[in-house]
Each structure stands twice: as structure tokens, then as C-alpha cells.
Design a protein around this ligand. Sequence first.
Ligand SMILES: [Mg+2]
Length: 273
Amino acid sequence: MEKYREYKELAQKIRADAVMMTNLRHSGHVGSSLSMADLLPVIYGPVLRFDAKNPDWPGRDRFLLSKGHAAAALYSVLAEKGFFPQEWLKTYYCDDGRFSGHISHHVPGVEFSTGSLGHGLPVAVGMALAAKQQNKTHRIFVLVSDGDCNEGSTWEAVMFAGQHKFDNLIVIVDYNRVQALGKSKDVIDMEPLAQKIEDFGWAVREINGHDFGEIESTLLDIPFAKGRPSFVIARTVKGKGIASMENTVGSHYACVPDDELAAVYRELGATDA
Ligand SMILES: [Mg+2]
């Protein structure tokens, strides 16, 4: 674990920030931020090519958060990487604040505003097509949710990208098997997801989305196959890090109440946020 100390510390910060930010105005989606908190330190570590001081650098890799309701987690890592000051995080969901509840491209480092599900991947496919047509070498990453995988627009994009061999496109599913209105298997069961995606011409890997070694080795091995888009099913736990929230539908639109904050920060191993 020592090897991954930096990842672990950043994941702790992301979780503490998400708890703090969603508590500010008693908003929601803390469980959705916690489940992807171990993916972001690796993505924004050795994987993604970016320049925080020049967010629009044309050669950057693009990262789209299709599950835009988990904005708090992404804002936390963008602050840590220097896209904007940490203090901005304390304006989340606040009147006249810089951050709306869902992700916004008006924030430095954010490529595209999302919130309604099923939008991230189609846009990413357009970006992948444009990069291919212009002989650009940057890659396009999209982090999607269980709910995203239910959307028809997502499947149109999956078909198109597979047929046109967009090996510059990478989807990562925060596969916590819980979504806004219930357990995913009860809403629309996506299984066998890997088989379905492979049938459309993608290369698929399944990993433990909380194991830094697996996340790192997998994301550094992109593209998984020449001429195929890459698809990572990261098996995660909704609400990961707060025992009372883990694997619960209730953690989707929830925050940590004021009187539980101190105990939760201790549980997360964070001194404050
Ligand atoms: Mg989910």
C-alpha cells in the first residue's frame, strides 16, 4: 500500500471534500462521489495528459464526467491539481457560488456540462471522431455511471465508436450497481455488460475500482487492442468509505448531516476538509 500512498491520500481528500461540499447546503450525491474517489487520483496522475495552468491546451487528453451529479469529487481533484484555488470548493451549491450542483464547463478543467444521463459518451464519440479526422493524438476519457448505461444515446454511441474503431476513446464505468431510483439489477439489469460491449467491437477489462494497482496497470495499458475503443468496468461500492452509506440507494441523493460530520471525517481518516 505504501507504493500507492499518494493515491490513497488524494482519495481521502476527495472523499472529505465531497462530504464537506455536499453538507454546505445540505445537497446530495455524496454516495456517487465516494464510489469514484479511488479512480480519480490515478486518472489525474500518470494517465491523463493535461496542463492545469493552460486548461485549453489543444494537446490535452479530454476527460468528461458523464455522471455530472458527482461534481464534488471532480472539483476536488481539479483543485488539488491546480486548476483553481481550493477555496472555491466552499462555494458548492451556494447562492452566487462558482459551482452549481452538476458539473459545469464554466469551471476550468471541465470539458462539458452534464447532469442528464446519457450525454457524456455521445459527445466523447464526437470528440474522438474529430481527433481522428484531424490526425490528433490526444485521447478522450469518459466516466459513466450505471444510470448512463441505461440510456439509449449511450448505446448509439457504443455502436458508432465500435464500428469506426475509435481506439482513442476510453470509457470507465463507475459500476457500483446502484442508481438514483434503486439497485441497477432491478431498474435495467445491464449484465452481462462486458459481453454486450465486446459484441459491439470494444475491448473490455473488468477491475476492482478501489484497488489502485489494478486501476493503474489497466489505465496505463490503453488502448487494450489496436483499432478498438477501450471499456473499463470498474466494480465499485456506492458510498465507499462511510460504512452506513455503502451499497445503499439512500446515499445517492444524500449528504452527511451536521451532527455526524466529525465522526465521518474520522472514519475517512481525514482531519478536516
Ligand atoms: Mg451507480
